[in-house]
Design a protein around this ligand. Structure first.
Ligand code: GAR
Length: 194
Protein backbone atom coordinates (compact mmCIF):
# COMPACT_ATOMS: atom_id res chain seq x y z
CA UNK A 1 0.00 0.00 0.00
CA UNK A 2 1.24 3.50 -0.82
CA UNK A 3 -0.01 6.88 0.35
CA UNK A 4 -0.97 9.35 -2.43
CA UNK A 5 0.96 12.58 -1.84
CA UNK A 6 1.38 15.99 -3.45
CA UNK A 7 4.63 17.95 -3.27
CA UNK A 8 4.42 21.76 -3.21
CA UNK A 9 7.44 24.00 -3.79
CA UNK A 10 8.50 27.40 -5.06
CA UNK A 11 12.14 26.87 -5.92
CA UNK A 12 14.91 24.56 -6.93
CA UNK A 13 13.25 21.39 -5.71
CA UNK A 14 16.18 19.48 -4.26
CA UNK A 15 13.95 18.05 -1.51
CA UNK A 16 11.38 17.11 -4.11
CA UNK A 17 14.09 15.25 -6.01
CA UNK A 18 15.17 13.39 -2.85
CA UNK A 19 11.57 12.38 -2.14
CA UNK A 20 10.87 11.22 -5.71
CA UNK A 21 14.15 9.27 -5.74
CA UNK A 22 13.24 7.53 -2.49
CA UNK A 23 9.83 6.60 -3.93
CA UNK A 24 11.51 5.30 -7.10
CA UNK A 25 13.92 3.20 -5.04
CA UNK A 26 11.08 1.71 -2.99
CA UNK A 27 12.25 3.33 0.25
CA UNK A 28 9.21 5.56 0.67
CA UNK A 29 5.72 4.03 0.56
CA UNK A 30 4.14 6.98 -1.19
CA UNK A 31 2.84 7.69 -4.67
CA UNK A 32 3.47 11.20 -6.02
CA UNK A 33 0.18 12.24 -7.62
CA UNK A 34 1.18 15.78 -8.48
CA UNK A 35 3.85 18.46 -7.97
CA UNK A 36 2.49 21.99 -7.62
CA UNK A 37 4.33 25.31 -7.74
CA UNK A 38 3.28 28.94 -7.30
CA UNK A 39 6.23 29.95 -9.52
CA UNK A 40 5.77 29.42 -13.26
CA UNK A 41 9.38 28.60 -14.13
CA UNK A 42 10.42 26.94 -10.86
CA UNK A 43 12.95 24.13 -11.38
CA UNK A 44 10.82 21.91 -9.11
CA UNK A 45 8.35 21.59 -12.02
CA UNK A 46 11.17 20.37 -14.30
CA UNK A 47 12.11 17.77 -11.69
CA UNK A 48 8.51 16.52 -11.66
CA UNK A 49 8.66 16.19 -15.48
CA UNK A 50 11.97 14.33 -15.23
CA UNK A 51 10.32 11.77 -12.93
CA UNK A 52 7.13 11.63 -15.01
CA UNK A 53 4.96 13.14 -12.28
CA UNK A 54 2.01 15.38 -13.26
CA UNK A 55 2.89 19.00 -12.51
CA UNK A 56 0.80 22.11 -12.12
CA UNK A 57 1.54 25.82 -11.98
CA UNK A 58 -0.86 27.48 -9.57
CA UNK A 59 -1.12 31.27 -10.16
CA UNK A 60 -0.94 32.61 -6.59
CA UNK A 61 -2.71 35.94 -7.11
CA UNK A 62 -1.39 39.30 -6.04
CA UNK A 63 -0.57 38.67 -2.36
CA UNK A 64 3.10 38.33 -1.49
CA UNK A 65 3.27 35.86 1.39
CA UNK A 66 0.11 33.79 0.96
CA UNK A 67 -2.22 32.60 -1.78
CA UNK A 68 -5.23 34.69 -2.65
CA UNK A 69 -8.39 32.94 -1.35
CA UNK A 70 -9.46 31.93 -4.88
CA UNK A 71 -6.02 30.41 -5.50
CA UNK A 72 -6.10 28.51 -2.21
CA UNK A 73 -9.56 27.19 -3.15
CA UNK A 74 -8.14 26.05 -6.50
CA UNK A 75 -5.29 24.32 -4.67
CA UNK A 76 -7.72 22.40 -2.44
CA UNK A 77 -9.73 21.42 -5.55
CA UNK A 78 -6.61 20.23 -7.42
CA UNK A 79 -5.47 18.15 -4.43
CA UNK A 80 -8.93 16.63 -3.95
CA UNK A 81 -9.19 15.74 -7.65
CA UNK A 82 -5.80 14.03 -7.42
CA UNK A 83 -7.06 12.13 -4.33
CA UNK A 84 -4.10 13.31 -2.30
CA UNK A 85 -3.94 12.17 1.33
CA UNK A 86 -0.75 13.92 2.40
CA UNK A 87 0.54 17.35 1.36
CA UNK A 88 4.32 17.66 1.43
CA UNK A 89 5.79 21.17 1.46
CA UNK A 90 9.28 21.29 -0.02
CA UNK A 91 10.35 24.93 -0.09
CA UNK A 92 6.81 26.27 -0.62
CA UNK A 93 7.27 29.90 0.34
CA UNK A 94 3.68 30.91 1.03
CA UNK A 95 1.75 30.52 4.26
CA UNK A 96 -1.22 28.18 3.94
CA UNK A 97 -4.43 29.42 5.49
CA UNK A 98 -7.75 28.12 6.78
CA UNK A 99 -9.05 26.57 3.55
CA UNK A 100 -6.02 24.27 3.23
CA UNK A 101 -5.66 23.63 6.96
CA UNK A 102 -9.28 22.55 7.32
CA UNK A 103 -9.24 20.46 4.12
CA UNK A 104 -6.10 18.56 5.26
CA UNK A 105 -6.01 18.58 9.07
CA UNK A 106 -2.70 17.13 10.33
CA UNK A 107 -2.03 16.07 6.75
CA UNK A 108 0.32 18.91 5.71
CA UNK A 109 4.02 18.48 6.45
CA UNK A 110 6.91 20.92 6.10
CA UNK A 111 10.70 20.82 6.24
CA UNK A 112 12.55 23.78 7.72
CA UNK A 113 16.31 24.45 7.82
CA UNK A 114 16.71 25.03 11.58
CA UNK A 115 16.00 23.38 14.90
CA UNK A 116 12.55 24.89 15.45
CA UNK A 117 11.38 26.79 17.45
CA UNK A 118 14.66 28.55 16.73
CA UNK A 119 14.87 30.64 13.55
CA UNK A 120 11.49 30.37 11.80
CA UNK A 121 11.12 32.38 8.60
CA UNK A 122 13.39 33.06 5.67
CA UNK A 123 17.02 31.92 5.29
CA UNK A 124 17.16 30.23 8.69
CA UNK A 125 20.78 29.15 8.11
CA UNK A 126 21.83 32.83 7.86
CA UNK A 127 19.92 33.58 11.05
CA UNK A 128 21.84 30.79 12.83
CA UNK A 129 25.16 32.09 11.51
CA UNK A 130 24.43 35.69 12.55
CA UNK A 131 23.34 34.48 16.02
CA UNK A 132 26.70 32.72 16.43
CA UNK A 133 25.14 29.25 16.93
CA UNK A 134 27.50 26.29 17.11
CA UNK A 135 24.75 23.85 16.15
CA UNK A 136 21.69 24.30 13.97
CA UNK A 137 19.75 21.65 12.05
CA UNK A 138 16.63 20.50 10.25
CA UNK A 139 13.04 20.10 11.44
CA UNK A 140 10.20 18.15 9.83
CA UNK A 141 6.85 19.16 11.31
CA UNK A 142 3.09 19.18 10.84
CA UNK A 143 1.87 22.54 9.56
CA UNK A 144 -0.46 24.69 11.64
CA UNK A 145 -1.68 28.29 11.31
CA UNK A 146 1.64 29.82 12.41
CA UNK A 147 4.72 30.19 10.22
CA UNK A 148 7.21 27.29 10.51
CA UNK A 149 5.34 25.96 13.54
CA UNK A 150 3.49 22.80 14.55
CA UNK A 151 4.11 19.38 16.10
CA UNK A 152 7.61 18.14 15.39
CA UNK A 153 7.94 14.83 13.52
CA UNK A 154 11.74 14.67 13.34
CA UNK A 155 14.78 16.85 13.98
CA UNK A 156 18.46 16.39 13.22
CA UNK A 157 21.37 18.58 14.30
CA UNK A 158 23.93 20.08 11.91
CA UNK A 159 27.20 21.58 13.19
CA UNK A 160 28.09 25.17 12.32
CA UNK A 161 31.81 25.28 11.49
CA UNK A 162 34.12 28.19 12.33
CA UNK A 163 34.77 29.13 8.69
CA UNK A 164 31.21 28.53 7.40
CA UNK A 165 29.72 30.91 4.87
CA UNK A 166 25.92 31.07 4.42
CA UNK A 167 26.41 28.92 1.30
CA UNK A 168 28.54 26.22 2.94
CA UNK A 169 26.20 25.95 5.93
CA UNK A 170 23.11 25.84 3.74
CA UNK A 171 24.66 23.05 1.65
CA UNK A 172 25.41 20.99 4.80
CA UNK A 173 21.84 21.55 6.06
CA UNK A 174 20.33 20.57 2.70
CA UNK A 175 22.29 17.30 2.62
CA UNK A 176 20.68 16.45 5.97
CA UNK A 177 17.23 17.51 4.71
CA UNK A 178 17.55 15.15 1.76
CA UNK A 179 18.06 12.20 4.13
CA UNK A 180 15.78 13.21 7.00
CA UNK A 181 12.69 14.34 5.05
CA UNK A 182 12.11 11.05 3.16
CA UNK A 183 12.75 9.07 6.38
CA UNK A 184 10.28 11.17 8.36
CA UNK A 185 7.69 10.93 5.56
CA UNK A 186 8.06 7.15 5.51
CA UNK A 187 7.22 7.06 9.23
CA UNK A 188 4.12 9.19 8.65
CA UNK A 189 3.06 7.10 5.63
CA UNK A 190 3.39 3.88 7.63
CA UNK A 191 1.13 5.31 10.29
CA UNK A 192 -1.48 6.33 7.70
CA UNK A 193 -1.68 2.87 6.16
CA UNK A 194 -4.43 0.51 7.37
C1 GAR B 1 14.79 24.02 2.00
O1 GAR B 1 16.04 24.28 2.59
C2 GAR B 1 13.67 24.11 3.02
O2 GAR B 1 14.07 23.68 4.28
C3 GAR B 1 13.36 25.58 3.00
O3 GAR B 1 13.41 25.90 1.63
C4 GAR B 1 14.43 25.13 1.01
C5 GAR B 1 13.91 24.58 -0.30
O4 GAR B 1 14.94 23.97 -1.00
N1 GAR B 1 12.08 25.84 3.55
C6 GAR B 1 11.84 26.84 4.39
O5 GAR B 1 12.65 27.68 4.70
C7 GAR B 1 10.42 26.88 4.95
N2 GAR B 1 10.28 27.95 5.85
P1 GAR B 1 14.63 23.00 -2.23
O6 GAR B 1 13.73 23.76 -3.19
O7 GAR B 1 15.98 22.73 -2.83
O8 GAR B 1 13.97 21.75 -1.69
Amino acid sequence: MTVPIAILGSGKGSNCRAILRNIQEGKLSAQAQVVISDVLDAPILDIAREFGVPNVYLPPGSFRTRLEPAAEAELVETLRKARVELVVLAGFMRVLKEQMLSAFPRRIINVHPSLLPKFPGLEAWKQALVAGEKVTGVTVHFVDEQIDHGDVIAQRAVPVLRDDTPESLHARIQAVEHALYPEALENVCRQLQP
